[in-house]
Design a protein around this ligand. Structure first.
Ligand SMILES: [Zn+2]
Length: 257
């Protein structure tokens, strides 16, 4: 009786010890295995962050930050270099002295803009105004030639006042046109054109065809250009109407001024 009881106790102790040791070994092994995926997930975390980081610069082209430098007397930023990508804000292409275009940007004349321009000129003719779009798309190279000729003739300071430097002209977008009346070439590129019935017709109706007067009077500090009664920019009917209604510039509409 006593012997069998002792055996039972010893048996119980051995089996408890066995169970405990099996549990300890199993737990230790499990810990080692479960540590691996934890380490891996730690190393994958930064790569996930990296991919988010590489997306960031693309977002900034959508909404560019305000340049920190102050523009010079001609509206250009000192030591500004041309970008590698054009600036689109909410899908609208912006080209001005602060946001220039890449030298390689050569879209040609915008088909939709030309179509709407032709519609506008036909409608104007019915009202008795015979318009000519005497300047449209200009390539980077053409603007370079143009600007250099002006600089050679009048000097850079003078040229900067009436001609855009290469990469800074809205004509390089293929969305801008200089408009005047046929047979009244003496009024082309003049402020007076804006005061004529023809100039007034354009000002009143351009938005119905998706165009805005790009450099209005008294907005030089915003657009960077003096009043240009002849320069119209295509932005599409909806936006053109909103800009006209609010009496604002493209820069104000896009929130960069
Ligand atoms: Zn122009």
């Amino acid at each position: 009786m006593k012997k069998s009881r002792l055996l039972l106790i010893i048996g119980a102790i051995i089996s408890v010890a066995l169970i405990v040791s099996i549990f300890v070994v199993y737990n230790y092994k499990n810990k080692q295995v479960s540590n691996e995926p934890e380490k891996q997930s730690l190393t994958t975390e930064p790569t996930k962050n990296d991919s988010v980081a590489t997306k960031e610069p693309k977002k900034t082209t959508e909404k560019p930050s305000e340049p920190e430098q102050q523009p010079d007397e001609n509206g250009y930023l000192p030591n500004q270099t041309l970008p590698t990508e054009p600036t689109y804000i909410n899908g609208i292409l912006l080209a001005n002295k602060i946001y220039p275009l890449p030298s390689t940007f050569a879209p040609g004349e915008n088909k939709e803009a030309r179509q709407e321009l032709d519609k506008m000129l036909v409608a104007a003719k019915k009202q008795g105004f015979d318009f000519v779009a005497f300047s449209g798309y200009r390539s980077f190279d053409y603007q370079t030639t143009l600007y250099n000729n002006y600089v050679n003739r009048d000097g850079q300071a003078a040229a900067d006042r009436y001609s855009a430097r290469p990469g800074y002209s809205e004509h390089q977008t293929g969305l801008a046109f200089d408009i005047g009346e046929r047979g009244k070439e003496n009024l082309w590129l003049t402020e007076e054109f804006g005061e004529t019935p023809a100039g007034q017709w354009l000002l009143t109706n351009a938005q119905d065809y998706g165009f805005i007067l790009r450099f209005p009077k008294n907005k030089e500090d915003i657009t960077g250009y003096m009043y240009e009664s002849w320069h119209y920019r295509y932005v599409g009917v909806d936006i053109a109407k909103e800009i006209k209604k609010k009496d604002i510039t493209l820069e104000e509409y896009l929130g960069v001024k």
